[in-house]
Design a protein around this ligand. Structure first.
Ligand code: ADP
Ligand code: MG
Length: 256
């Protein structure tokens, strides 16, 4: 359709009170890029993702999603978006998966997956249902379609959350530590689904502490430190020894 970048972020800044959490972050994702975003706790990774999908409004910089720039203005020291309609449209182009699944507990898995397409995109229910079935097959939990979230394992819930995000046909998927809340034996199933998604060509930005995923699935690794991008490169460049001392020190914690 368009050859615009799925995601382009220019010089994003975000403060909470006097605490400057993001100090000017720029990042481009091309179609099919799988970018692992690494960094110590508190370095601003979640805030960065939340600014991209407009759960937080940045204090400065630019965000472009599929060629469309988010419009905002600054007034009395605050940043406000110009158009809620635009925000809704842009958000539906960004699938978000959180550490804590966030499924609707009073709805079945299938109902969770069709909720957005039916009520936000206003698409015919039968079509959405058929697509949801396919997505649930894809993430390996088709047999759970009529179960409630509480009856699924954490890994199954997270895969349902991925299916729910995909049901909106997003241009980019954002993941914030999708496996961090899972028991170790459930992590692999979720990572396998994410790997398959990457192989399908989905553009993905993934905050993760899974170094195996960063090395073998992503085509780019970005290392954040104290609200800035310290270094970035291909997995070979980053893990092969050419990366910054700070990155080496960081990954040292995972090799023990
Ligand atoms: P990470 O995801 O890398 O661990 P976060 O983006 O969650 O980092 O947090 C970065 C910093 O921003 C932390 O110091 C955190 O306390 C602060 N922070 C995040 N969200 C808020 C908020 N809503 N209000 C105030 N401070 C916040
Ligand atoms: Mg975080």
């Amino acid at each position: 359709m368009s050859d615009a970048l799925p995601l382009s972020v220019r010089n994003i800044r975000k403060s909470f009170g006097r605490h400057e959490v993001l100090k000017g972050i720029s990042l481009d994702a091309r179609q099919g890029d799988v970018i692992s975003l690494l960094g110590a706790s508190g370095s601003g990774k979640s805030t960065f993702l939340r600014c991209i999908n407009l759960l937080e409004i940045a204090n400065g910089g630019e965000i472009w999603v599929d060629g469309e720039q988010v419009r905002w203005h600054h007034k009395a020291g605050r940043t406000r978006v110009d158009s809620q309609k635009q925000i809704d449209r842009i958000r539906s182009n960004l699938g978000m998966v959180f550490q804590s699944f966030n499924l609707w507990s009073h709805m079945t898995i299938l109902e969770n997956v069709i909720e957005g397409p039916v009520h936000v995109l206003k698409r015919p229910k039968a079509d959405c249902r058929a697509e949801a079935e396919t997505l649930l097959e894809k993430v390996g939990i088709a047999d759970k379609r009529n179960a409630y979230p509480a009856h699924l394992s954490g890994g199954q819930q997270q895969r349902a959350a991925i299916a729910r995000a995909l049901a909106m046909k997003p241009k980019v998927m954002l993941f914030d530590e999708p496996t961090s809340a899972l028991d170790p034996e459930l992590v692999g199933d979720v990572l396998r689904v994410m790997r398959a998604l990457a192989e399908d060509g989905m553009t993905m930005l993934v905050v993760t502490h899974e170094m195996g995923f960063a090395r073998t699935v992503s085509n780019r690794v970005v290392f954040m430190k104290e609200g800035l991008i310290d270094s970035s490169g291909t997995p070979d460049e980053m893990f092969g020894g050419a990366a910054s001392p700070a990155f080496h020190q960081f990954i040292g914690h995972f090799e023990r």
